[in-house]
Design a binder for this molecule. Structure first.
Ligand SMILES: Cc1cc2nc3c(=O)[nH]c(=O)nc-3n(C[C@H](O)[C@H](O)[C@H](O)COP(=O)(O)OP(=O)(O)OC[C@H]3O[C@@H](n4cnc5c(N)ncnc54)[C@H](O)[C@@H]3O)c2cc1C
Ligand SMILES: NC(=O)c1ccc[n+]([C@@H]2O[C@H](COP(=O)([O-])OP(=O)(O)OC[C@H]3O[C@@H](n4cnc5c(N)ncnc54)[C@H](OP(=O)(O)O)[C@@H]3O)[C@@H](O)[C@H]2O)c1
Length: 451
């Protein structure tokens, strides 16, 4: 029976997990957040993470597990290792890319403010941060919640999760060990930036190589030559940011990037589109088609992030290979031990709302109100998904499922829309919601194609 539950992370997923578990009637919930406040990736923590991303480095090199002290509990000098906790999104033009009506949790589908209320239902980073902080704080007296507290190792011992956590005090770190019946990992996956290795990149000395994480364009970009790499949101936004300072921009992405191909072909774009970089020299780049861009001043990689769970490395050394959480059922349940769950792995879907369905499902499962399919059936789902999408970011992209198929499956697994005991109901996703979501996607696509 599940009594004590640990939620790791105080971002949107931690917020909805906490609310759903409380409504399900759980009394012994702990939430640990390693930053000094809530909001997750929406929180304005200044960072230079993007400048410290070594091209081609693996997650094990970038974000290795922290060494656990031999004696616990303990108080020890503060650790020095980089933890990649800076905000991924600080540039002033950042706006949400999903309208509030469908992005947010169903019981509070309004941002604290819309900066352009007459135009659409999208908003700024700080409005989302405020929303998430409010959503956690409305429950702050109903659970044990700590910031500055990082989960550093999870093992399974005698049917319980043995958790080592580290709290940052003023002058030292406090280390403790605790046991929980179930765990929700809501740690996000836009923390550790990814820059691919390209032949000769270490020899490039003319310009600066950056990642989009924490990127803000400023006067140093004025009239400079810039290459932006990648074909998704961060690359689009980086392009828009540098367009404010220079016209000498190139946009390089994989020919296989199938995002918005059709719209791209119809648009009259401002920025030349190029194939990917094949090789760097000390001052230039050579592209896959043999052409050369001489002396770029900045190269901005909008090439995404590594999934990284250093605190689970000893639990399962093969848990993730960059793009996916291995052996998870419906992106949530760790198949070999479904009391270890992951919230927020789904990408390109209807974000917060999909995680709300996931959190309700987890709550019903922890409560013993529903059963999951057999392990063999879960593994079959997983293997089929690998066959279909490979070990690529598409594995967790629920947008690839037929319209709302993933949501429908979560509701089915959770016993349907009707109330089970006293907990939270699955919200209804209406035709109108779908229409708003699809229409926003079309608008974005057109805007991006014109960049
Ligand atoms: C630039 C950018 C723009 C985005 N725009 C949108 C958008 O418009 N709409 C949208 O829906 N989504 C957007 N997203 C996706 C965004 O990540 C999600 O909206 C959301 O923040 C994910 O929530 P989460 O709780 O899963 O993860 P996060 O928001 O990343 O929160 C995870 C939390 O867990 C904490 N944590 C991590 N490890 C530990 C540990 N070991 N111990 C304790 N705490 C830990 C982290 O400090 C963090 O606070 C954007 C992402 C980026 C990078
Ligand atoms: N609100 C907003 O407007 C906004 C702004 C920024 C980010 N976001 C969100 O933040 C999250 C992360 O977005 P992101 O754009 O940083 O990452 P992402 O969605 O993972 O996209 C990474 C991009 O880099 C490309 N790429 C990866 N490896 C490459 C390589 N070796 N060479 C060339 N290209 C490579 C990918 O191409 P393939 O896809 O072809 O592999 C993809 O186009 C998403 O959820 C996104 O929606 C939102």
């Amino acid at each position: 029976m599940v009594e004590s539950i640990l939620i790791i992370g105080g971002g949107p997923c931690g917020a909805i997990a906490l609310d759903s578990l409380l409504k399900e009637g759980f009394k012994n919930i702990t939430l640990f957040e390693r930053k000094n406040g809530f909001g997750g990736s929406w929180r304005a923590d200044v960072s230079n993470d993007g400048e410290y991303t070594k091209p081609g480095a693996t997650i094990d090199e970038l974000d290795p597990p922290i060494k656990i002290p031999n004696v616990l509990p303990n108080k020890l000098p503060k650790i020095k290792q980089r933890r990649w906790i800076g905000s991924p999104a600080l540039y002033p033009s950042l706006r949400t890319n999903v309208p509030e009506r469908v992005m947010l949790f169903s019981d509070d589908p309004k941002f604290p403010y819309l900066d352009k209320p007459d135009q659409d239902e999208l908003t700024t980073r700080d409005s989302v941060e405020k929303y998430v902080v409010n959503y956690v704080e409305k429950n702050k007296d109903k659970a044990r919640i700590h910031t500055n507290t990082s989960v550093e190792r999870i093992l399974k011992k005698n049917d319980r999760f043995e958790v080592v956590w580290r709290r940052e005090l003023e002058d030292e770190d406090e280390w403790q060990l605790e046991y929980f019946d179930a765990v929700i990992v809501a740690t996000g996956h836009y923390n550790v930036p990814k820059i691919p290795y390209v032949d000769g990149i270490e020899n490039f000395k003319h310009g600066k190589i950056l990642h989009s994480k924490g990127f803000i364009a400023d006067e140093s970009f004025r009239n400079k030559r810039v290459i932006v790499i990648g074909a998704r949101s961060s690359a689009f936004d980086s392009l828009r940011e540098v367009q404010k300072f220079t016209d000498d921009i190139y946009w390089s992405f994989k020919e296989t990037s199938n995002v918005f191909k059709e719209e791209r072909s119809k648009a009259k774009p401002k920025t030349p589109r190029l194939p990917i970089i094949q090789k760097y020299t000390n001052d230039s780049v050579i592209l896959e088609d043999g052409s050369i861009i001489e002396k770029p001043d900045f190269i901005i990689y909008g090439t995404g992030y590594h999934f990284s769970y250093p605190f689970l490395k000893e639990f399962d050394s093969n848990l993730t290979d960059d793009n996916i959480v291995n052996r998870t059922y419906e992106h949530i349940f760790y198949i070999d031990d479904p009391f270890l769950t992951f919230l927020g792995t789904q990408v390109d879907g209807i974000s917060f709302r999909v995680w709300e369905y996931s959190a309700i499902l987890i709550g019903r499962f922890f409560k013993g109100l529903i059963e999951l399919p057999s392990k063999a059936e879960q593994l079959e789902w997983y293997e089929n998904r690998i066959k279909q999408f490979g070990r690529t970011r598409n594995f967790h992209a629920t947008v690839n499922d037929p319209a709302l198929g993933h949501i429908a499956k979560l509701v089915r697994l959770g016993g349907g829309y009707e109330k089970l005991a006293d907990g939270k109901n699955f919200p209804k996703f209406s035709e109108k919601d779908l229409e708003v979501y699809e229409s926003n996607k079309r608008n974005l696509t057109i805007k991006w194609a014109e960049l």
